[in-house]
Design a protein around this ligand. Sequence first.
Ligand code: FEO
Ligand code: CA
Ligand code: CA
Length: 669
Amino acid sequence: MDTHDSKATQLTRAQAYELSEDVPTNRSTQPTIGDVINARLGRRDMMRGALAVSAMAAIGGAATMGTSRHAYAQAGSSFDFEELTAGVDADHHVASGYTANVLIRWGDPVVPGAPDFDPAAQTADAQELQFGYNNDYLGYLPLPAGGNSADHGLLVVNHEYTNEELMFPGLGRQDRDAEFAGMTAELVGVEMAAHGLSVVEVTRDDSGNWTYNPASTYNRRISPRSTEITLSGPVAGNPRVQTSADPSGTTVIGTINNCAGGLTPWGTVLTAEENFHGYFMGEAAEDSPEFRNHERYGVPGGWYAWGRYEDRFDVGREPNEPNRFGWMVEVNPYDPNSTPIKRTAMGRAKHEGAGLVVNGDGHVVAYMGDDQRFDYIYKFVSNGTFDPSAGTDNGALLDDGTLYVARFNEDGTVDWLPLVFGQGPLTEANGFTSQADVLIETRIAADLLGATPMDRPEDIDVHPTNGRIYAMLTNNTRRDANDLNAANPRPENAGGHIIEIVERDSDYTATQSDWSILVLAGDPGAPEVGAMWNDATTENGWFIAPDNCAIDGQGRLWVTTDGNNYEASGRTDGVWSMETDGDLRGTGKLFYRVPVGAEMCGPMFTPDDTSLFVAVQHPADGGDEWPGFGRTSVYEDPSTRWPDFDDNMPPRPSVVVITRDGGGPIASS
Ligand code: FEO
Ligand code: CA
Ligand code: CA
């Protein structure tokens, strides 16, 4: 197939994604707009807007931004900390007065009996017992279950993907153009075992230090090599999810490319299957009933060699296997023997994550982004209602409900369009014979409904009471002037933006909501970027590529990024606080930054806001574009050996826990 990732040679996985072809969407049907865009910016009269920023740049640019720093401490700020200086080096950094410690690293023992980490001689069986690669989503669940402990809990960790050039000695970057020449069956086994999830028990001692317990019976690895996962909801058992290995269409081995996720109100975790297409190779016949489906989801992506050794990842052999991925997967970390469940009623997409909330009337609502250029934002509303006494049985709520996709209107409203078989265009005339078909081909159904194509919808987080929802949009350099819409107003959007959705009367089940843009990310000192920040934002406080987010116990928004770099921002990824109210609305402030080449994932606070867990993903990946790091970053010569700085140890994706020196809630006085 020449429509996917045809130029992967010597590219990092992220660069391959950037170059990959788009899949067809309905974007050409969207209205073009002009002045309306500007009307949507600064809608709450709380932003000065792009024009003000540009004018400011004209009279002094970044220097002006910098001198506003002392004005920063002005009354009205929700965040009390001294801003960190943006930049890049081999280490991570946190704001003064805080400590950032590594809690667990790739290769550390998770399941009792795990061997010591030996990166020069890694095996699949060892990796399956050890902490996986590229930690992404982090879920903290208090122990005991149902409690509120902020110093004892379970940490659930997604392992999104692998970087073979940084994991294995003597390999370099592998790609399909060179037929993954170095990828043996054993190395593919290590890669597979390094995917999935980890669950570890974590404790904070009296002096405030967090550790994980390698002997805990809660500890667990979930991997695409071995873990059985149940398909539930309308798609379970459907002929389109039946395969040679699973003729019943009910049990999938594993979950892949688990990106972000979300906590449920009943003490489980939803983990999101994102770029599942990348794991498939081979060719499905053009007359295959799955051809249009594969095309829309970019299957096969050809990012990995797995299909050479596992028939199910070769779509020529198992054309239905891709239909068993792309789901939201529920995991109960309190029961290490529980079988995870793929909740198909929530739709099939390149799911970034899920922001869940219990509506006032008990319906459970989940907001979800489909992370691809020109794809959509969804919400799921359960038919049943949450029963606090039912425990994990509440998970069945996620099997029965209505999935909606968002259409952002120019007048500042959002319509949530139901994806229901038999309604509107979702009929046999358009290739759907059941709700299962609508869910398997969620994207195609959403195209037909006229959803708004977005600039890579990522994490969405929900304020638990005030009706506000924050959606991160990472970037979309493919959007041109003819593709603009009110909610995605910039061509060649390299900076990304953040949209605020407000559910009227805090009714999260509503089918119409209101929206506005919180920030247009990018360099406020470069007028051509068209960034929009509150002008209290300093030269360290702006960023590009908002990706994951968290709302802390005080209702404050925190943003982490994926894509800051030398050329566009001169800074690494990190954690920024983000004002959402008052005169400072739209002000960013840098709190933590990662080592060269890394991406910032997984922000998760303890219930009392005294600890912030973050995931440092792929340190040393693609660090070669930075001055001073000018080389292809590989196992033998990485751009950083964070966190160990040991010449015999490669860089290691790690979970970091941030606490305030002397204790107390983060960024609070
Ligand atoms: Fe895995 Fe959309 O980031
Ligand atoms: Ca993400
Ligand atoms: Ca990410």
